[in-house]
Ligand binder design. Structure first.
Ligand SMILES: [Zn+2]
Length: 70
């Protein structure tokens, strides 16, 4: 579990729309599997998360290939 506020998708979207109107920092929502919930985040944080996820996928693919050789 991380320290971010957890929301269901509908609530996260509602808050996101409010924040956008108020021009607050949080401009994205994303699903966090570890929390099994949606979080609000800033653009910068969001891009970091996406990069990490892509890296994780690459590692996972490599690992799967090692595990099941042709
Ligand atoms: Zn989380």
């Amino acid at each position: 579990m991380c320290r971010k506020e957890c929301y269901d998708k509908k609530t996260a979207k509602t808050i996101l729309n409010q924040r956008k109107r108020e021009h607050k920092g949080e401009v994205r929502i994303y699903f966090h599997e570890e929390c099994n919930a949606w979080h609000l985040t800033s653009q910068e944080e969001y891009e970091e998360i996406i990069q990490l996820k892509e890296e994780d996928l690459v590692y996972k693919e490599k690992w799967l290939k090692l595990k099941t050789p042709d």
